[in-house]
Write a protein of this length. Sequence first.
Length: 251
Amino acid sequence: MGERLGVHRRRMIGPLLTLQDVTIGYPGNPVLLNISFTLFPGESAAVLGPNGAGKTAFLKTIAGILSPVSGAVQFHHDSNGQGWRRIGYVPQRATVSGLLPLTVREVVEMGTYGHLKPWQRVGRKEQHQVNWAIEQVGMKEYAKHFYYALSGGQQQRVLIARALAADPAILILDEPLASLDRETVQMMVALLSKLQSETSLSLLWADHFVPDLLKVVQEVVVLGHKKLVRSRVNEIDDPAGRLSLLSQIDE
């Protein structure tokens, strides 16, 4: 992972991805209509909105799990001509089976599979990335423990490590704090804040713990009424700023 980039440097490099007039949803049920969105290296945004507003669909579309109803997600190239489409996706923990007889290390290794041919084994480079990811989330001493035997907070850290093992340019998290106790929530916020401050990783994070999200991210993306509205965190610190943001959704 590289050093964190300043905002002017990020803009000079160019965007990671662009959505222009993209409709997101499911056959016969679009949840976001003709939205536009751009993400630069090192940027972080909280994805907010009521249940059913399209937060998960928005994240899955960027992650390539869900195809847009219309339009496309365009990934750009960095200064070396490398594609930016390196995504680490952390799904809602409730959707991941805890009964799989896999160790922590085996689960994290799954994050490297996207870099390998079907016949390839995890090599030295991937092992190094796995080691780094496990250490980043503080699970080194649990590497040989079974995933299903861990607490909810530990399982969430393993899922984040699995996403980091993919060496992502963008880390996408879908409600990573759900069903976690307050102490674990604070620990997870500290972890994600550390990753955001020490690397050039871009972060898209959907959750309901709004005060905790705003400690980590620079921007908010609010979904509602099939629209997307974006604002800087410091612009919604006062009631007038929040009212202005909500009024754009309600228009």
